[in-house]
Write a protein that binds this ligand. Structure first.
Ligand SMILES: Nc1ncnc2c1ncn2[C@@H]1O[C@H](COP(=O)(O)OP(=O)(O)OP(=O)(O)O)[C@@H](O)[C@H]1O
Ligand SMILES: [Mg+2]
Length: 374
């Protein structure tokens, strides 16, 4: 269909989000598409005819495998390969090598997908579906707990009315209070069934509301909130109350981390940052424009043993925490077709909220709209 139209081929290759490199039989670069130039931060023109082993350094083993694939006419895929670039940057990628036997000046096709790049967060597809399953499980469990709990509370009330000795009601009161406490917890887990109300909004409205609330809370403390907003950010379709809740949960965690005894010696700093990003894949869906909201704090960092699970319900590193804040935030952001990531080390914890700019509001029905409420 496109025969004899190299311009069209080039445009197609340059529109791909997968990075493509084409090498000749001596493994010298013949072609590199735009995605590869941006992923590897190199210019195709400068590196034309460069040997692949000079583009990626310390990659002798990888080069050997490419040579073998070419000699033996087989293709292969390598996952989580560490590639080091000329200018020192190291990246983790998945790549596929395919020998192109029929084409004379092009001998090997290499497709690369970055795995540790914000630009490519498709691995989170797994995370999203695991969260869906957990949410379903929690909802089912909550339902099973609530029914007998009503019975226990009712029976305790009846018992209290029948007790001959009023001192004994202390015991029935304990049963009633504990049943109420558990009921509230379960309600928070299940969340409100109120459908999301999407409207066009500017993400800075959301952040400013959160900032005002937090500044009121930290007024007497050594914590400063700073802003670094990108004023050109477009509007997005969202439920502002829910988004405020999501960001508030993240920022409150930062405040609590900064107040922990480990950081008494230094001033707390929380940064709220926004940026626009282009051509991002979230889950399996490609988005042209995505808003990135970043919440950064200089606290002690997320405990390493928790970092992989903090978005699941009931995971908490605080004695008084219920471990629901982040799972609620994650659920809300998911319903906006977005995702949250966390990168943390002592002195710098970053929560990155990616919210796609969709042409229209995401479909919301009773099932997708139910979430953990707080
Ligand atoms: N900015 C942060 N710095 C350090 N640790 C954090 C930060 N944010 C979250 N955490 C860790 O992640 C855990 C889970 O957070 P999450 O908000 O889900 O629950 P929680 O704060 O413990 O309880 P809840 O929010 O329900 O009151 C926290 O207990 C804390 O250990
Ligand atoms: Mg919290």
């Amino acid at each position: 269909m496109f025969a004899g139209n190299p311009k069209l081929f080039k445009r197609l290759l340059d529109s791909l989000t997968t990075s493509v490199l084409v090498l000749d039989k001596d493994l010298r670069l013949q072609y590199i598409n735009l995605a590869a130039e941006s992923l590897l931060a190199i210019s195709g023109r400068q590196l034309h005819q460069a040997f692949i082993g000079d583009i990626f350094i310390h990659a002798e083993q990888d080069v050997l495998e490419v040579r073998q694939a070419l000699a033996e006419h087989h293709s292969f895929t390598k996952r989580k390969a560490q590639l080091q670039l000329l200018h020192g940057k190291t990246m983790q990628v998945d790549y596929t090598v395919t020998p192109l036997l029929e084409i004379t000046d092009a001998a090997v096709l290499i497709e690369i997908q970055g795995t540790n790049y914000a630009e490519r967060i498709s691995r989170d597809e797994n995370l999203i579906s695991t969260h869906e399953t957990t949410r379903e499980l929690v909802r089912g469990l909550a339902h099973e707990i609530k029914n007998p709990l009503g019975g226990i509370r009712g029976a305790a009330q009846l018992l209290a009315a029948e007790l001959p000795n009023s001192e004994l009601t202390d015991y029935t009161n304990v049963i009633i209070e504990e049943a109420d406490r558990l009921h509230k917890l379960v309600d928070r887990l299940v969340g409100s069934r109120k459908p999301m109300e999407f409207r066009k909004l500017n993400v800075h409205e959301v952040l400013e509301r959160v900032r005002n609330l937090i500044e009121a809370e930290v007024r007497d403390r050594d914590i400063t909130v700073v802003r670094d907003y990108d004023p050109s950010i477009p509007e997005l379709h969202g439920d502002s109350e829910q988004l405020i809740q999501a960001v508030l949960n993240i920022v409150r965690n930062a405040v609590q981390a900064l107040e922990s005894p480990h950081v008494k010696h230094r001033s707390g700093l929380i940064e709220l940052k926004t940026r626009i990003m282009r051509n991002i894949t979230i889950g399996t869906v490609f988005h042209k424009l995505v808003i990135r909201v970043e919440v950064v704090d200089n606290g002690p960092g997320v405990p390493p043993e928790l970092i992989d699970n903090i978005f699941f319900p009931m995971i908490s590193g605080r004695a008084e925490g219920t471990g629901l804040g982040l799972s609620i935030a994650h659920s809300i952001v998911n319903q906006h077709k977005g995702i949250i990531e966390c990168k943390s080390e002592p002195g710098c914890t970053r929560f990155l909220v990616y919210l796609p700019v969709l042409a229209e509001a995401p479909a919301s029905n009773l099932f997708t709209a139910s979430q953990f409420g707080k």
